[in-house]
Write a protein that binds this ligand. Structure first.
Ligand code: GDP
Ligand code: MN
Length: 385
């Protein structure tokens, strides 16, 4: 799950990572007061959306008076923000972070995430932080340090030295850096994060380290033990069909093709998407209806898939291991009567009682295209769209 920058900074603050003073404002009305309460003579107004690249997209503005702050906030809130990560239509901005401005000497990059290839958390550090880090990583990978952590030993002193060196830090910052790195590791582990990113981490003109940006992602499957983080969920930033699916314990991920998929089990769903692509089609979503595939869950899945106007055919691929195929077929036929099915449906059922299930579907007045193998199912779906 992603959270907003202002929320990530609350987590930073609570674990001792230094951040500028700031206030979240959901409209322009409260901005002047927020600025006065923060004090100082310059502030930054930052669009809060679950997407990066805001600086280059005009979503981060430095202002020098309360009036200017209010105007900037109103402008940012008035239009969807388009960045390299949002797609052409952009993202509506529902709130801004009003923050004390920091005078920057250097912008650094620091993050911690799970490295699946080594099966360990890794800290990534670079002295070339700021808005062009992706380019630096692609063109000059030697300027980016990857320091893998032993999950039992944690962050070792020699690793802290190595990271500080690659960040180009000097003596006055070393102590702050060590405690900041330890806080970063603690936050990542304690909150079951999959990503904690600070870009930029800055050295201020006064020589202090401050986290100017904050990105935190937490493992969805661990949210049950982090009520504080779970409460930070902003459904407005998620795809409405995914939100609807998660309400019913269905896993749905929107993609941009036109073949809707309804599959039981994540592995089979991945294989189904691969095969659709392999035979020349494009899948509209990844949807795992779970082991049961009851009439109700199938009906909800139909509604979620049909909620996407781009869907031109639906491919149902169910393996009857725990559940019997004839029961699934009954469920599919019942569900199909309740929803307005305007697109063709291809069904492939395999496993217990698959033969009976296919006969039932073939006899049905609803015209399903019944397929024997997964490949045949994928080819039929592609031919139908
Ligand atoms: P992102 O582009 O979405 O990653 O947004 P960031 O929060 O990283 O901000 C983008 C850029 O704005 C930073 O790299 C800084 O150069 C600049 N910026 C952000 N906050 C401040 C600030 O307090 N003072 C100054 N001078 N620049 C800032
Ligand atoms: Mn940033």
């Amino acid at each position: 799950m992603k959270i907003h920058e202002y929320q990530a900074k609350e987590l930073f603050r609570s674990c001792g990572i230094p951040v500028p003073g700031g206030t979240m404002c959901a409209s322009g009305d409260s901005v002047r007061d927020a600025v006065r309460a923060l004090g100082g003579d310059a502030w930054v107004i930052k669009a809060q959306v679950h997407a990066g690249g805001r600086g280059k997209g005009g979503g981060v503005r430095v202002v020098r008076s309360p009036e200017e702050a209010e105007t900037a906030a109103r402008e940012i809130l008035a239009h969807p923000l388009v960045t390299a990560q949002t797609g052409g239509e952009g993202r509506p901005v529902r709130c801004v972070l009003v923050e004390q401005a920091v005078s920057i000497r250097k912008e650094l990059y620091l993050s911690m995430l799970l490295d699946r290839s080594t099966r360990r958390p890794v800290i990534i550090a670079s002295a070339a932080g700021g808005m062009d880090i992706e380019e630096v990583a692609a063109r000059e990978p030697q300027r980016v340090l990857r320091e893998g952590l032993d999950p039992c030993a944690g962050l070792r002193a020699y690793q802290i030295r190595r990271i500080c060196e690659s960040l180009g830090l000097e003596k006055p910052q070393l102590k702050q850096a060590a405690s900041l790195l330890q806080a970063l590791v603690r936050l990542y582990l304690e909150k079951d994060a999959t990503l904690v990113e600070v870009n930029p981490l800055v050295v201020t003109e006064a020589g202090d380290l401050v986290a100017l940006d904050a990105k935190v992602q937490v493992d969805d499957n661990a949210l049950y033990r982090h009520r504080d983080v779970a409460a930070m969920r902003d459904e407005g930033e998620e795809h409405p069909l995914e939100v609807e699916a998660s309400r019913h314990d269905l896993n749905d991920i929107k993609l941009d093709g036109n073949i809707g998929c309804m599959v039981n089990g994540a592995g089979l769903a991945m294989a189904t998407m691969d095969l659709i692509q392999y035979v020349g089609g494009e899948r509209a979503n990844f949807l795992d209806v779970g082991g049961g595939a009851s009439a109700e869950s199938v009906e909800r899945a139909f509604r979620i898939i049909l909620g996407d106007p781009r869907v031109r055919a639906i491919l149902i691929n169910i393996f009857g291991g725990i559940v019997r195929c004839d029961r699934v077929a009954t469920g599919v036929m019942e569900a199909a009567k309740n929803v307005d099915l305007q697109v063709p449906v291809v069904i492939r059922l395999e496993g217990t009682n698959a033969e009976e299930a296919r006969e039932m579907l073939n006899r049905s007045t609803l015209r399903f295209a019944v397929a024997g193998t997964l490949r045949e199912a994928a080819e039929k779906a592609v031919a139908l769209v």
